[in-house]
Design a protein around this ligand. Sequence first.
Ligand code: NAD
Ligand code: IPM
Ligand code: MN
Length: 366
Amino acid sequence: MLAEARKALPYPETAMTQTLLLLPGDGIGPEVCAQVRRVAAVVTPDLRIEEMIYGGASYDAHGTPLTDETRAAALAADAVLMGAVGGPKWADAPRDKRPEAALLGLRKAMEVFANLRPAICFEPLADASTLKREVIAGLDIMIVRELTGGVYFGEPRGIETLADGQQRGVDTQVYTTSEIERVSRVAFELARGRGNRVTSCEKSNVMESGLLWKQVVTALHARDYADVTLEHMLADNAAMQLVRNPLQFDVILTDNLFGDILSDEASQLTGSLGMLPSAALGAPGKPGLYEPIHGSAPDIAGKGWANPLAAILSFEMALRWSLGRAEIADRVLAAVKRALDDGARTRDLGGRMGTAEMGDAMLKAL
Ligand code: NAD
Ligand code: IPM
Ligand code: MN
């Protein structure tokens, strides 16, 4: 509708028009993205939102979870916001055609190597977590997860049949100096703007790639970021410390796989997985990829229960990190706080609201 209206305008669109590519995906993805649209219509009526199918939905329609057209649209957009992909329906799809492969392919194509996953416990939610209030009240952690390398992409990989008839599954964890350095820079830069502390997590006691990770982070710190406090922590200890005393952390820097796991763990400190947004960033000026960290939640998909705040906060991050609209981002963040202050709660937060009602609460707060 908006696109048609724009075509009817008597003057050409200027380069100032910004485009957000919305990829709702599967399961609760479309449900939470619908609420993002409602928020965007209020705070950024001038933003052009293009929507394309993606993930399992795209596999069903086009035989591939990520079409060339969608990949090109993502690279041409100012920012990309996705809902979630995957689900049991596609469990038997060919490996390279699984919805999750589309997500990995898009991250790689967009070269978004630094994944910012902020875990913030909003004050009214300090009682919504399964952890005690005194452990999590005031929580404000930034997890910086490496996103385009490591065991997610390393070669060789695959399942092969051995001479004795057994099968063997192989994944390869691999990092180069430059891959570690560029994501570490992001962590150190972010730390300077907040608590000035970085905890780098790896398994240097066991893994060669972990040892290199520690050496590269140490050298970069000494060279360019000696003013930032750096601590190294083994990733298994970090997982324990996150639930023992999470307030000790400021910025957590870690690899692709540990970052995936630690961020799901951290989400529960905020009250729910439905609260955690993310921003995947690459080179300055290139579009970022924004996504809630949760999945398609097949167990609640279609019920209208999903918490849309992780998706709305991902939009907030897009406004801040890709669209240059920090003031509007502040407004969205303030509205999330106000809605929670006013008692808005979806089921995952111990309330009874549905997805659209949380959207209503957001619009009211705005
Ligand atoms: P999940 O994140 O989908 O769900 C885990 C649990 O959290 C479920 O009980 C779910 O109901 C709940 N939950 C998640 N988001 C919620 C929300 N917004 N509001 C309320 N409750 C919420 O993880 P899973 O079940 O392990 O994975 C399901 C599928 O999603 C898999 O196919 C997986 O690969 C995929 N996945 C996709 C993404 C993504 O697209 N970014 C991320 C994670 C998992
Ligand atoms: C995430 C998800 C993805 C990941 C999957 C769906 C590929 O779990 O974004 O956290 O492992 O990176
Ligand atoms: Mn994950």
